[in-house]
Every structure is written in structure tokens, then in C-alpha cells.
Ligand binder design. Structure first.
Ligand code: ADP
Ligand code: MG
Length: 698
């Protein structure tokens, strides 16, 4: 038999060159292996018809048989919808259409029998099926095949007649042609020990399950394998790297650190800050190259930890560098750190895109001579032209804005890779961190500096402007400052900007006695900085802004965060925004303003925000509600692989289980030479070559 990993699909009967071309372009399916590993995203049981009285909102796609009693339309213009009240004698549910209303009423008649196919949901306390398929019973042959696979298809595929049913047909043809069993990809001992379905059986059942039990076992086997090889790859790589790279050794803590600690530190470190500094101290002293992720909720005092780690580098004759994702944030770090180091003889410089050539030159030469000890900047600092004398530590703030490639470029700034400390306020659930970063060590600041009052969060509907304005006024009169945030996304940029401008005018009107400033991403950098400065200095009392303020801005006097159209923000984004207040000693408030009509998910998001300030709880909830694919920033943060079947949100337990198995294997077989593991290392090599960029995970 031919090798499935190299067999081009265009030569496969049932596919052919034309379809192959579309599959190449749309799904990056090139080989027979790619094709049979293109798994269905759902299965539909079209062998069974349900009764209306059995239906609830949590069911997948189902079929019902009955009649539309009557049609009714609701709403006007874009809100208009058509409802067909559908019954089979056991109950009534609503079929709903938002588009093509004329077509539907022309085509389907009341009091005739139809088979309805769709996904039930609950809306406004009633069960709905939106945009169902309707067929006459005699035109639809109910198959006895049971579970039918559904494949994700793109618009282009559909236009080339590659719909889901066609994909299913091709898959069936292709699998039939595979007359010899697919070669096993896990060692026999593992399959026996963990009661796994053999690969050949699993692949056939994942596409065409014989029954739901076989489907469950096939899914388990394939998820197991997928997660296992990722973990094995990460752990193998980590071990090899530890053996290969030496880290700079920061032997001592000396004058610079000690002077800062005894004379400049404006407050007591929290216990969490102390613990994390100890962990970092150990890392940079032990001879290994540090790769540490520092998680700490907004306002937990990460900047100070970063600075003190940099001072450790300085004490040992090395330079340090701090990278921030935006110019505003880099500026703010620069100011904060200069102030903290006041009176100490440490040269700190700022390098961003807007630093002029004239100012840039002395900085660059200071870096080469070693005179500049700390460099703070945006990604300008990783440009080719920036050369250090002896870079020993790099701190990356708000890591999720930095791509993996950018991180990798830092490594080339010295003969050995510098120690790396990555700081993030997006708390990444442990299971996800394990998969994303593999061997990155994780430190957590789980304690806020003393004296902070928990932020009070409220949800308000947008028809209660008057009472909202009154609350805002009360805070302003007490001398506090207020943020008002509007969503701004590319797809609806024009409308969003208009909303923001209108909101701004409305606020200026309502609060004539206070200065209002305005910041959004479409402004020129200089104008933005100027407006921001008005707020930072306290001259402006209200800032109307888009999410540009999300990251890092620190104005302790601001005590109110109003988020307009809060329904349009994701959970972690809401949490980040809320973190802009509650930084001073005063009671702070976050007010989530939404329209009256809310989807279930949205309501849940808002409830979580009102209930808790705990970033980790929010991140876990976010992962559950949205799935890791959407998790803010994961795309940029270096997920170097896409999961075909496993789901990090749901398969966390399995992930930990297989990680332990992988760990045991790497420990027991450090040089890859136990014969029973041959298949593992072969498979790992093959995977490394194909879809996973291992070097970037770490
Ligand atoms: P983040 O972790 O969000 O980056 P910052 O480093 O900006 O937080 O710190 C938030 C605020 O808390 C700053 O104003 C900082 O000066 C202050 N802060 C940090 N550590 C402490 C501490 N141990 N005690 C009191 N205030 C602190
Ligand atoms: Mg910060």
C-alpha cells in the first residue's frame, strides 16, 4: 500500500485534481493523511424523529414531524422576523426566520405536514428553531445509517460543489479504498494499558460511527493521541534544551539592588511579590536559562517585580530590557521606572517608533558601550539596528500582544539567549498554559497591594441614563475621574466611531462644568498622547475612549469605569478594562451598560463580572463559554499547533493525564532508545516535520 502521509489527494479516486485544488487552497489538505484527519464537527442522527414535548434547548440538531399551525411576523425593518408556530400534537415550538421571509411564506403552507430539521434554542422562555430545514415527509428518505457526519466547509468550497454531504461521500469512497489497515501510531503497550481503540478502527468510526458508543471511543482515542504527542514533543524539547543551553549566571545580589531596596522602594513588597522575586532569583542564579511566565491580575504590582529583576542583571554586569506592547505603555513604564530609580546612577533610556533619529543615535551607541543599563520600549527594541553590549534579561510586558517570532528575535541579541520574563495580566488557566508554553515556568502574584477596596460592579440597562449620570456626578464632585469606554471593531468601525462621537457630545452636554477628553485608535499618535496626558495630569475629569486604554494605563485617581455596549465585549476584555480603576485607595465602580435584549451567553458573562473580581475565575469561565480558539490573544501568543479534535476547555483532564504519561516516558527513556518506544519517536519526528513548530513553543 502507498504511504498515506505522502500520497497526494489528487490521485485518489473520488477526489481528482479539481477538487484537490480547492481542498489544497481552502483547507490545506494535500495528502491522503490530511484528508482522513479532517474530522466532522458534528453528527446528526437523522434516523430518529423527536416529539416536541421531549425537546429542550440543550439538544443538538434534531428532527420533528408535524404541521405549522400559523405564521406571524414581529418587529419592523431589520428587526423583522417570521415565526411559524409548529406542532406535532405533543406541544408547540416556534420556527423563526430573520431573512427570506417572503420566500418562506410563499413556499411553505400552514396545516401541511413537514419534517423540520434544526437546532433548538431557548429564547425569551420559549423553544425556538431558527432557520430550520423543512421537507415534505415523502420527499425525505429517512436513512437507516444513523449518525451522519457534518464537515466544516467554506463558501468557496460550496461554490465548487464541495458541500458537507459531498465531503462525506468522498470520505466514504476514500476509506473504502484503504483495504489494508492504517498503520498504528501508538505503541501496542500504550493501547493495551489505556484501553484505546486501534487507529484504523478509530479513523473509520470518527467519520462513520457504527453507533454512539463507538463514536465516543474513537473520539477518545484520537484526542488522547493528539494531546499526548503535543505533550511528548514539548517535554522532549524542554529536556533537550536544558541540556544544550547554558544560562547567564547572575551570581550576586549587590549594590544596585540593595540600594534600591533600602532607599528607593516606596512601600513594602507584598508577600506574593517577595515570593516571585525569590523564584526569579533562583532561576537566574542556577545556570539554566530562565523562561518564566509571570501572571498577576491587573494592579498586582508586576512592574516592580520586573524592575527589581532587572536590577539583579545590572548587579552582575548585564543590561536589561523591558518591552511593552504600545507606545503609551512604554512611556508610562519609562516614567515610572525613572522615578523609582531617582537619585541612583542608572542610565535608563526609552526607544519607541517615534523617537527621532537624532535622539536615537546616542541611545544606540550607549547600548553598545554598555553605558545604557536599562532599555524600555516597544517592539522598536528588537529591530536589527539595536545591539547590546551584554543583554542579560528581557522582560516582556502584556505578552499576549507579542508574537512568537518577535520573542525569538530577542534570543539573537547576545551569544547565549538572555533570561526571559514574560508578564501577563490575562490569567491563563493552568491547563492552557501547559499546552501553550510547555516548559515555561509559571509564577503567580495572587495578592493585591494592601489597602485596595474590591471594585463594585453593576449592570445597568441603557434606558437609565439619568441615574447613571447622577452616580457619575457624585464621584466627580468628590474629585474622582471617570472612564467611559465604547467598543470599536473593524467590521463596524464607522458606526462605532459615530456612537463614540455621539457619546462624547452627550457627556460634554451633561457635564458642562468638567473637562472631557477623548481617545480612540483612529487618532494620530500625537493627538492621542495629548488627550491621554490631559487625563493623566488630572486636568480632564472624564475620558471617553475606545479600548486603547485597555492595557496598562495607570491613573489611581480614576474610580469609575463605565463600559457602554458591554454586551459586545468578551469576558477577559471586560476584566482588563475594569482593572483600570480600583488602583487608588477610594472605592471604585465599574458599570456595565447594555441594551435590554440579551442573549443567554451575554447574560452569563455579565453575571460573572458582577459576581467576581477574580481574574482566574473569569479566565476559566471565559474558556468554558467561548472555547480556547477565541481566547483573547491565544492566536498571537504562540499556539504553534491547531488541535484537530481535542478541546482544551473541555479536555483539560485528559490533557493532564497524557502529560503524566509523556513525562514518565521522557524520564524512563531519556535517550530515546527503548525499543518499545520506537514508534513514539518516529511519530514525533514525523509530526515535527509536518505541522508543529516546536521551537516556537517555549
Ligand atoms: P500591574 O501588575 O497591573 O502591572 P502595576 O505594576 O502597574 O500593576 O502596579 C499597580 C500599582 O500598585 C502601582 O501604582 C504600583 O506603584 C502599586 N504597587 C505595586 N506594588 C505595591 C506594593 N507592594 N504596595 C503598594 N503599592 C504597590
Ligand atoms: Mg502593568
Amino acid at each position: 500500500m502507498f504511504d498515506i502521509a505522502t500520497r497526494d489527494i489528487k490521485y485518489i479516486t473520488g477526489v481528482g485534481p479539481q477538487k484537490a485544488d480547492v481542498l489544497n487552497k481552502e483547507l490545506k489538505i494535500f495528502t491522503l493523511r490530511d484528508f482522513i484527519y479532517y474530522f466532522p464537527y458534528k453528527y446528526v442522527d437523522r434516523s430518529r424523529i423527536y416529539y416536541v414535548h421531549e425537546v429542550d434547548g440543550n439538544m443538538p440538531y434534531i428532527q420533528l414531524k408535524g404541521k405549522i399551525l400559523s405564521f406571524e411576523t414581529f418587529g419592523e425593518g431589520r428587526q423583522r422576523r417570521l415565526v411559524g408556530h409548529f406542532s406535532d400534537g405533543t406541544g408547540v415550538i416556534d420556527l423563526v426566520w430573520f431573512q427570506g421571509i417572503k420566500y418562506i411564506t410563499g413556499r411553505y403552507k400552514a396545516n401541511e405536514e413537514y419534517i423540520v430539521f434544526g437546532k433548538p434554542t431557548v429564547f425569551g422562555g420559549r423553544i425556538n428553531v431558527a432557520h430550520p430545514d423543512l421537507d415534505k415527509p415523502d420527499e425525505l428518505k429517512l436513512t437507516s445509517k444513523g449518525l451522519q457526519p457534518y464537515y466544516v466547509t467554506t463558501e468557496k468550497m460550496k461554490r465548487s460543489f464541495l458541500s458537507s454531504p459531498i465531503m462525506a461521500k468522498m470520505m466514504a469512497t476514500v476509506l473504502q479504498q484503504l483495504t489494508t489497515p492504517l498503520p498504528e501510531t501508538l505503541p501496542a503497550w500504550m493501547i493495551a494499558e489505556h484501553h484505546l481503540m486501534p487507529l484504523n478502527e478509530a479513523i473509520r468510526n470518527i467519520h462513520f460511527p457504527t453507533n454512539s458508543e463507538a463514536l465516543r471511543r474513537a473520539e477518545h482515542r484520537l484526542k488522547f493521541e493528539e494531546l499526548f504527542y503535543i505533550q511528548l514533543g514539548i517535554l522532549r524539547y524542554a529536556k533537550d534544551r536544558q541540556a544544550k543551553y547554558r544560562g547567564f549566571v547572575f551570581e550576586k545580589v549587590a549594590d544596585i539592588f540593595n540600594t534600591f531596596y533600602s532607599q528607593n522602594l516606596p512601600f513594602q513588597l507584598t508577600n506574593a511579590q517577595k515570593r516571585v522575586l525569590k523564584e526569579i532569583r533562583y532561576d537566574v542564579g542556577c545556570g539554566r536559562q530562565m523562561n518564566r511566565l509571570l501572571q498577576g491580575d491587573v494592579g498586582s504590582g508586576k512592574t516592580l517585580v520586573a524592575l527589581m529583576s532587572m536590577l539583579m542583571a545590572l548587579d552582575n554586569g548585564y543590561q536589561a530590557c523591558l518591552m511593552a506592547p504600545t507606545e503609551i505603555l512604554a512611556n508610562q513604564h519609562f516614567e515610572t521606572i525613572k522615578q523609582l530609580l531617582c537619585g541612583m546612577n542608572v542610565r535608563v533610556e526609552l526607544l519607541t517608533g517615534s523617537v527621532t533619529k537624532k535622539k536615537r543615535e546616542p541611545i544606540l551607541s550607549g547600548l553598545i558601550s554598555g553605558d545604557v543599563k536599562i532599555l524600555i520600549g516597544t517592539h522598536a527594541v528588537i529591530e536589527e539596528t539595536v545591539q547590546f553590549n551584554s543583554l542579560g534579561l528581557v522582560v516582556i510586558d502584556e505578552q499576549h500582544r507579542f508574537g512568537v517570532a518577535q520573542r525569538a528575535r530577542l534570543w539573537s541579541k547576545n551569544v547565549n539567549p538572555p533570561h526571559v520574563l514574560v508578564m501577563t495580566a490575562t490569567p491563563i488557566p493552568r491547563t492552557l498554559a501547559m499546552t501553550l508554553y510547555g516548559d515555561l515556568d509559571v509564577s503567580v502574584i495572587d495578592e493585591l497591594p494592601p489597602g485596595r477596596k474590591p471594585i463594585v460592579t453593576q449592570h445597568q440597562f441603557d434606558n437609565r441614563r439619568e441615574s447613571l449620570n447622577q452616580s457619575i456626578r457624585r464621584q466627580l464632585i468628590e474629585g474622582r475621574q471617570v472612564y467611559i469606554v465604547y467598543p470599536l471593531i473593524k467590521e463596524s468601525e464607522k458606526i462605532d466611531l459615530k456612537n463614540l462621537e455621539e457619546g462624547y457630545l452627550h457627556i460634554c452636554d451633561a457635564f458642562p462644568e468638567f473637562k472631557v477628553c477623548k481617545v480612540h485608535g483612529k487618532m494620530k499618535a500625537a493627538e492621542k498622547d495629548e488627550q491621554m496626558q490631559l487625563f493623566v495630569s488630572g486636568e480632564a475629569k472624564i475620558m471617553v475612549a475606545t479600548t486603547v486604554i485597555e492595557v496598562g494605563v495607570n491613573v489611581p485617581n480614576a474610580s469609575v469605569m463605565v463600559i457602554e455596549n458591554a454586551e459586545r465585549f468578551g469576558l477577559s476584555q471586560l476584566h482588563q478594562l475594569r482593572g483600570r480603576v480600583g488602583r487608588g485607595a477610594d472605592q471604585s465602580y465599574c458599570i456595565l451598560v447594555t441594551t435590554y435584549k440579551l442573549a443567554d451567553d451575554t447574560r452569563k458573562r455579565l453575571e460573572i463580572m458582577v459576581r467576581t473580581n477574580d481574574g482566574f475565575e473569569i479566565a476559566e469561565a471565559d474558556l468554558k463559554l467561548r472555547g480556547p480558539g477565541d481566547l483573547e490573544g491565544t492566536q498571537q501568543s504562540g499556539v504553534a499547533f491547531d488541535l484537530k479534535i481535542a478541546d482544551i476547555a473541555r479536555d483539560g483532564q485528559l490533557l493532564q493525564y497524557v502529560r503524566q504519561i509523556a513525562q514518565n516516558i521522557v524520564d524512563a527513556d531519556p535517550n530515546n532508545n527503548l525499543p518499545q518506544n520506537d514508534i513514539l519517536w518516529q511519530q514525533l519526528r514525523a509530526l515535527r516535520k509536518s505541522n508543529v513548530n516546536w521551537a516556537s513553543i517555549s
